[in-house]
Design a protein around this ligand. Structure first.
Ligand code: ARG
Length: 651
């Protein structure tokens, strides 16, 4: 039951009779902030009064009397300047809850307007080990998949693997020059990772060598600019002083940035030079950057040797990521990587040219787009295709194959410009009927507020992260669930560790950055999966103590009756589950579901404090409260499941 949607639907006729622009008014119907104003409030009368030139209170009374609400609300009250306070009828609440108590889906009806969604998420570049940066896309995408599917939409997940890019040029080059054949035979994936890191380091070394002179000049220029500002004549007035102050601060921070760049570039150079073996390799592979590009180009042109190596590497790389997905309990309907689109790229460019949507510019093929300074390049001067070209081909393929209403791209916010251009180019190409959405997200930060790195400055590997979360969860479980066997504790700690990690990610609005902390994510008291998982297990243990089961209570014909205010508050919070899911659906933010679940647990705590369950006054009251416990437990478990997080019956 979506109470908010029901209220909006009921108010619509009376509002339609008065104005034409309904959505902003309907958005002013909200859950009441304070229970003394009822359960919900309609606050549109003030704005409506202004539009109509009438007293808001009169408008409120007119709309309230003209709206059918009595089948589920007490008579509405008009308060203050024109608020309409709404209180749900207790008997109606009871009917809804009793229906939910008997329904596996908690009476959440599948949508009457099903859409087809393609969700593009996770999408790692496979030759490198997965790292902390991949968590967000993977976890947010999976939560959206589960939620949209639960709501009755048709959802198709497609992992757009980076399996065709420069990283393969790197490992091909690495394989040809540095492979340890024994190691490769024994453990191919770590050997490929080693090759990737080695080649990458050498490429970066030579890039750093080439860049360092320019960076020094830029740093010097920035420093000069700063010094010049400091030496300038004193400002004439207050406004000038303010501006001078701002300029100085900007110049200082610019200088710091430039020197920071210079320093990290020098760091890359020293790293290699201070290591005799690496230094030797670097000297022997001076043109490694170009050579890597050449290997990639050969692969794309169908060179037999490179293609053979690629076919040998790819299954290993795929196995590697599948291991991580399995642990995260994530499956994809399709995994059509970039390589899948290789033969479709030239036709895309030709089609753009044929329709006059692309122009040649200095040898490259470009799509010029309104509102963008630079065009989107779809074929480089040397004939190579780009990330954008592949993405265009992918849109075309997805349309032909699944005819989706929407495609969601769950990708880092740093790719915003790419997607803005891609969507603009796709619109020119004629994809207006498909809603294309960049579901962007922020960065995972370390305790220091900078992107999360290991102490040595490397990116943090995803598997290591999972291991650590599970190992820290084991300590929590051992402390709090000493009654479990060692085996059970290990199993539970996997659910707690992985769940904690996922929840910590999902509990932040996806567009903001968040600080990664094992300690915080596994807290027993707080907005964590651990809290909700323990909470769920406690609800379950109440039934064991009562020596009954939810099914037995239901079969006995017991029903929920609301007496205490805390029972009523819990009832309303339970019925707001569907509202929370609707908000997740509206702009693809799973965070709204974590907010709801945490609120539900808090509301339940209030109920549990005031309303004894096992020691209730009467048997009927006990049964009713047991059913409320069961509904809460099932709502929490369902909510967590939609976030991809497991629960345990005992912990
Ligand atoms: N492989 C890309 C990366 O790691 C992400 C791909 C996202 N999906 C897409 N259709 N562009 O940055």
């Amino acid at each position: 039951m979506n109470i908010l949607a029901l209220l909006q639907q009921r108010f619509t006729p009376a509002l339609t009779a008065l104005v034409s622009d309904l959505p902003p008014l309907l958005a002013m119907i909200r859950p009441a902030q304070d229970a003394k104003f009822g359960d919900y409030q309609a606050n549109f009368a003030m704005s409506l009064g202004k539009q109509l030139g009438k007293l808001p209170r009169d408008v409120a009374t007119q709309v309230a009397t003209g709206t059918k609400l009595d089948d589920f609300c007490n008579p509405p009250e008009v308060a203050g300047p024109g608020f309409i306070n709404l209180k749900l009828r207790d008997d109606w609440l009871e009917t809804q809850l009793n229906a939910a108590a008997h329904d596996e889906r908690l009476c959440i009806a599948p949508t009457t307007k099903p859409r087809t969604f393609v969700i593009d998420y996770s999408s790692p570049n496979v030759a490198k080990p997965m790292h902390v940066g991949h968590i967000r896309s993977t976890v947010i995408g999976d939560a959206l998949y589960r939620t949209l599917e639960f709501l009755g939409h048709k959802v198709i997940s497609d992992n757009h693997l980076g399996d065709w890019g420069t990283q393969f040029g790197m490992i091909i080059y690495g394989y040809k020059h540095f492979v340890d054949r024994e190691q490769f035979k024994l453990t191919p994936v770590p050997e490929l990772s080693r090759l990737y890191r080695l080649v990458n380091k050498l490429v970066e070394y030579w890039e750093a060598r080439a860049a360092v002179g320019k960076l020094l000049e830029k740093s010097q220029a920035a420093l000069n600019a700063w010094m010049a500002l400091e030496g300038a004549a004193p400002p004439a007035d207050k406004a000038a002083a303010k501006k001078a102050g701002q300029d100085l601060a900007k110049s200082k921070s610019n200088t710091t940035d430039e020197f920071g760049n210079l320093r990290s570039t020098l760091g890359k150079i020293c790293d290699v030079q201070n290591d005799t073996d690496m230094n030797k390799l670097a000297m022997a592979h001076r043109n490694i950057g170009e050579a890597v590009l050449a290997e990639t180009a050969k692969l794309h042109e169908g060179d037999a040797e490179n293609l053979k190596l690629w076919h040998e590497f790819l299954p290993n790389c795929r196995d590697e990521i599948q291991r991580v997905y399995k642990r995260l309990d994530i499956r994809f309907d399709h995994e059509l990587g970039e390589s899948f689109y290789h033969d479709r790229l030239a036709p895309v460019v030709e089609d753009f040219q044929k329709r006059g949507l692309a122009q040649d510019s200095q040898g490259a093929v470009c799509v010029f787009l309104d509102g963008f300074e630079t065009p989107m390049i779809i074929r480089k001067k040397d004939g190579a295709f780009l990330y954008s070209t592949t993405d265009l081909a992918t849109i075309a393929y997805r349309r032909e194959t699944w005819n989706p209403d929407a495609i969601l791209y769950v990708v880092d916010h740093r790719q915003s410009e790419h997607f803005e251009k891609l969507f603009a180019a796709a619109a020119k190409w004629g994809t207006e009927k498909v809603q294309l959405v960049h579901v962007k997200f922020g960065t995972v930060l370390g305790e220091d507020g900078k992107p999360y790195k290991t102490r040595s400055g490397d990116t943090v590997g995803l598997e290591g992260l999972l291991d650590e979360a599970v190992s820290q969860a084991l300590t929590v479980v051992q402390e709090n669930s000493p009654e479990l066997s060692a085996d059970e504790q290990r199993r539970v700690s996997e659910t707690v560790g992985i769940g904690g990690l996922k929840y910590a990610d999902l509990a932040h609005d996806r567009e903001s950055d968040y600080k990664f902390s094992y300690k915080k994510m596994l807290q027993l008291n707080g907005d964590t999966a651990t809290y909700l998982q323990y909470f769920y297990a406690r609800c379950r243990s109440i039934f064991r103590k009562a020596e009954t089961t939810p099914a037995a209570v239901l079969a006995s014909g017991a029903t929920i009756t609301l007496g205490q205010p805390e029972e009523r508050a819990l009832a309303i919070q339970l019925l707001r589950f569907e509202e929370a899911l609707a908000i997740v659906e509206a702009d693809f933010r799973p965070h709204n579901l974590t907010v709801y679940l945490f609120d539900l647990a808090k509301t339940y705590a209030g109920f549990y404090d005031r309303c004894p369950v096992l020691k209730a006054d009467t048997e009927a009251q006990k049964q009713s409260r047991l059913l409320l416990c069961d509904l809460t437990a099932r709502t929490i478990a369902t909510g967590l499941r939609l976030l991809g997080i497991g629960t345990e019956e005992k912990m």
